[in-house]
Design a protein around this ligand. Sequence first.
Ligand SMILES: Cc1cc2nc3c(=O)[nH]c(=O)nc-3n(C[C@H](O)[C@H](O)[C@H](O)COP(=O)(O)O)c2cc1C
Ligand SMILES: CC(C)CC(=O)C(=O)O
Length: 356
Amino acid sequence: MPAVAEFEATARERLDPAHYDYFAGGAQEEITLRENEEAYKRLRLIPRVLRGSDKRDLSVELLGTPSSMPILVAPTAFHRLAHPDGELATARAAARAGTIMIVSMASTTAIEDIAAAAREVTPDPGLWFQLYLQPDLEFTEAIVRRAENAGVKAFVVTVDSPVLGRRERDDRNAFHDLPAGLFVENLRNIGENRSGGNTSHVREIVMSAGLNWDHIAWLRSKTKLPVLIKGVLHAEDARLAVHHGVAGVVVSNHGGRQLDTVPATIDVLPEIAAAVGGAVPVLLDGGIRRGTDVVKALALGADAVGVGRPVVWGLAAGGREGVSAVLDLLRADFDQALALCGGRHPADLTPDQVRR
Ligand SMILES: Cc1cc2nc3c(=O)[nH]c(=O)nc-3n(C[C@H](O)[C@H](O)[C@H](O)COP(=O)(O)O)c2cc1C
Ligand SMILES: CC(C)CC(=O)C(=O)O
């Protein structure tokens, strides 16, 4: 079974170089981008023995959503740049794998169509929706309603993007707009009354540096669904998140695409897990490429991990089949690493099994 790196190599051959750079790249010198993967290579695993690790069960439940494994599809934008089937292919593959797909608000397919594709595969797919809270709260609320009506089961608010990071590859390639015919479909036809009745109007996503905890309280007052925040790196922010009633925390540096030189997520996970103290689920993404990476993250306190680029590489390499192949590969790799560590279930892994 090919490794994630081989899917990346195939994707690179198939993609327009500017689009490959958009997916692959990080902010500025890409120190954090590299660090996310390098940090795992510095960690060593200590297996437990004679624990009867047959009959493994990889399934978890996160905030009421069951998942066949603790490996989720992290939200990534613009899947139709990677493959013509775009998010439809990703959603079908995630549904087939029985795992949660966190749909990016910046998807190039409407959430209703994504949900319909997933439902072709399974009646009750685990779809969550990532939000960039827009300064126009009425507009944001309309997106929230739209996603709820499509059947999403949680909202994941990205909080690491008060402004967009500077991606120098995109600057060099002058890649700043979607090609003709591709749109951020979730922002189509929302608030048309205020834009003069133009029904094909698609607004641009704006990053809002003005966001604060009151906006999280506002969102919680507008939806009964769990609200997670994504992009936490400071233990005090994790504590504040619990204090403010957030349902879950995603330890993320946006795959090294926002503030460069922040640490690898795996390196801040222990302090964040300690700060949260089990009050809410802790998820992590960034640099997960192997089953042993998943094992390390779970051992150090994550309830589940997200994969961003590996899914995009699978999509670009082979559409739905490619995404399925990547998810199957990560599942098999994790299952094997878990067995080798003496675990039967994700929760069996403990911090003493990881050494620096
Ligand atoms: C091409 C690309 C697009 C992304 N788009 C979004 C997005 O729309 N919303 C978001 O919250 N995070 C976005 N992210 C960040 C991912 O959710 C995730 O944090 C990151 O990809 C994890 O790192 P990995 O790619 O090493 O797995 C994006 C990442 C990439 C690579
Ligand atoms: C629309 C974008 C801002 C998507 C994103 O989060 C990213 O490219 O990292």
